[in-house]
Design a protein around this ligand. Structure first.
Ligand SMILES: [Zn+2]
Length: 70
């Protein structure tokens, strides 16, 4: 499963952009799902190279719930 950047995952804030990864994905440098960026170009580059699949407890919980309801 490969992550594709979606508009809904990006929030613009005063200092730049925050990217909230959907459940099942995380940033590769730490077990975190949110990361801040200065520019949209950085967001796009990182979304391609720095996102990995996540199996943390929170993601698993949400993915199981989703599977049950659909
Ligand atoms: Zn996770």
């Amino acid at each position: 499963m490969k992550y594709k950047l979606k508009k809904n995952d990006v929030d613009q804030c005063e200092d730049g952009y925050m990217v909230f990864l959907p459940y099942g994905f995380r940033w590769n440098d730490d077990i975190v799902h949110v990361r801040g960026f200065d520019t949209m170009a950085e967001v796009r580059a990182a979304a391609k190279t720095d996102v990995v699949e996540c199996g943390c407890l929170e993601c698993i919980k949400h993915l199981i719930v989703r599977r049950r309801t659909f």
